[in-house]
Design a protein around this ligand. Sequence first.
Ligand code: SAH
Length: 243
Amino acid sequence: MSGQSKKAFGILFLLIWGGEASLLGGQDYDLERRRMVAFQLAGRDITDARVLGAMGRVPRHLFVNPVFRDRAYDDHPLPIEEGQTISQPYIVAFMTQSLSLRAGEKVLEIGTGSGYQAAVLACLTDRVYSIEIHCALAEKADRLLRRLGYEVRVRCGDGYHGWPEEAPFDAMMITSAAKLVPEPLLDQLRDGGRLVMPLEGAFGRQVLVLVTKTRGRPVVRRLLDVRFVPMTGEVESRNKRKK
Ligand code: SAH
C-alpha cells in the first residue's frame, strides 16, 4: 500500500469507527420512542390513533431526570424529584385513551409531576389545566412545557379542591392514589364528564377506575390493577376519617 492510500485508509477507518462510536454513545431517542409506541402501546391494547400519535410525538426523555434519560422509553415508571414518579408509558397512554378526549374539551389533571402526562393531553386538546401540590415541581414542569410549546396552565396547590374558577371540566385525571373521589372534583365535572384515577381499596390494593358523572351521580367502572404514589393534602385526613 502506498503512503497516500495508507493515509486514505486510515482516514476512512477513523470516519467509520467515529460514526459507530457516536451511534453507540449518543442515543437515538426518536427511534426508541417509535419502538415504545409499536411494542409497549400498539402491541398491547392502545388502539386510539390520536393517543398513539401523541405518545409518538412527546419527547419523554426531556421530562425525566437526566440521570435516567437513557431509560426514558423503557417499559416502567421512573423516579422524579420530591420522591414522586413519572408513570410507565403504557399507563400514561391507557389513562389518556380511557378519557376519550375530543379536541376542544376542557381537561383537568391533578398531579403535574414532570409535566409529561400534561404534554400528552395537550396533543389532544388545547384546554389543559394541571395542579401540582409540590410548588418546585409545578414551576419546573411549567417552564419545560412552555419551552416545548405545550399549551398547559399549571398551578401549585392541593388538587383536592380542583380549579373552581375554570369549572366545569369535560374530563379529569388524577395521577396519585386516594381512597375516595374528591367531592369538589365531582362537583366541577360536567354531567356526562369522565374522571380517571387510581382508587385505593383494602390492603393498599389500587384499581384504576373510570368515573362517569351520570345525572349528577358517579358511575364507577374498574379498569386495571395499578401502583401509584399516594395523593397527599386534604384527601389524607379524609382517608383517615374514612377508616
Ligand atoms: N402526571 C405526572 C405523574 C406524577 S406522580 C407525570 O406525568 O410526571 C403524582 C403527582 O401527584 C406527584 O407529583 C405528586 O406530588 C402529586 N400530588 C399528590 N397529591 C396531590 C394533590 N393533593 N394535589 C396535587 N398534586 C398532588
